[in-house]
Design a binder for this molecule. Structure first.
Ligand code: FMN
Length: 198
C-alpha cells in the first residue's frame, strides 16, 4: 500500500486524490436564478442526501478565484434551487454547462435547454432531466481552509418522469444515471446486481 499523509498534501493534490477515490459520484445539475431573474445551471458531483424526514439534499460548492460561484451566490440571494437529475443522454450538455460563463449569461439559453416553471419556487426546472427536485435553502455550512461550503436544501416537490417509478421506487435501469469519476471521466450505469435481504 502507498501511504499518503494528508498533512503533506496541498489543496490541489488532495482534491485530485479525493475525486479519484470517492467514485462514482452522482451529479446534481443545479438550476438557480439571480435576484435580477437571470437563470443559471451548473453541475455539482459532491452531492448526496442528508435527511429523509423531511427530505433534504446537499452539495459542496467551492469558491472560484476566492468568491462564491454563481450557483451559491444565487442560492444565498433567493433561498431557492432545483436539483435536476442527470441521465447519460445529457452528458454533453452537463459537461458544457460547467464552463465559466459570466453571471449575466444564462447557460440554459446558451445550451438551448427547455425549462418548465416550478410549483413552489421561482427557479425553473430542466425538462430534459428525468427527475427535478424543487428545493428551498435549509442551511449553508463552511468547511476547511479553501472556502468550500456545503449547501443543504429541503425538497418541496419531486417531479419524476412517467414510467420511472414502480411501487414508489425508482427503476435505476430506466433512469440511466450519469456519474462523475476522477478528472474528465464520467461513468454510465454498469451491471446491476440484486442481493437477498440478510
Ligand atoms: C460533472 C461536474 C461536477 C462538478 N462538481 C462540482 C462540485 O461538486 N463542486 C464545485 O464547486 N464545482 C463542481 N464542478 C464545477 C462547477 O460546475 C463549475 O465551477 C461551474 O462553472 C460553476 O458554475 P456557476 O458559477 O454558474 O455556479 C463540477 C463540474 C463538472 C463538469
Amino acid at each position: 500500500m502507498v501511504k499518503i499523509y494528508s498533512g503533506d498534501l496541498d489543496n490541489a493534490s488532495a482534491y485530485k486524490l479525493l475525486t479519484g477515490v470517492v467514485v462514482p459520484r452522482p451529479i446534481a445539475w443545479i438550476s438557480t436564478q439571480s435576484r435580477a431573474g437571470i437563470s443559471n445551471i451548473a453541475p455539482f458531483s459532491c452531492f448526496t442526501f442528508v435527511s429523509s424526514d423531511p427530505p433534504m439534499i446537499g452539495f459542496n460548492c467551492g469558491l472560484r478565484n476566492g468568491v462564491r460561484k454563481d450557483t451559491a451566490r444565487n442560492i444565498v440571494e433567493t433561498g431557492e434551487f432545483v436539483v435536476n437529475i442527470v441521465d447519460d443522454a445529457l452528458l454533453q450538455q452537463v459537461h458544457q454547462s460547467a464552463a465559466d460563463y459570466s453571471a449575466e449569461i444564462s447557460e440554459l439559453d446558451v445550451l438551448g435547454m427547455a425549462c418548465a416553471p416550478s410549483e413552489t419556487i421561482a427557479v425553473p426546472r430542466v425538462l430534459a432531466s428525468p427527475v427535478n427536485l424543487e428545493c428551498t435553502l435549509e442551511r449553508i455550512v463552511p468547511f476547511g481552509r479553501a472556502g468550500a461550503e456545503f449547501i443543504v436544501g429541503e425538497i418541496r416537490v419531486f417531479h419524476v418522469r412517467e414510467g420511472l417509478m414502480v411501487d414508489g421506487k425508482i427503476e435505476t435501469a430506466a433512469l440511466r444515471p450519469l456519474g462523475r469519476l476522477g478528472g474528465p471521466l464520467y461513468g454510465k450505469l454498469g451491471e446491476v446486481v440484486r442481493v437477498e435481504p440478510v
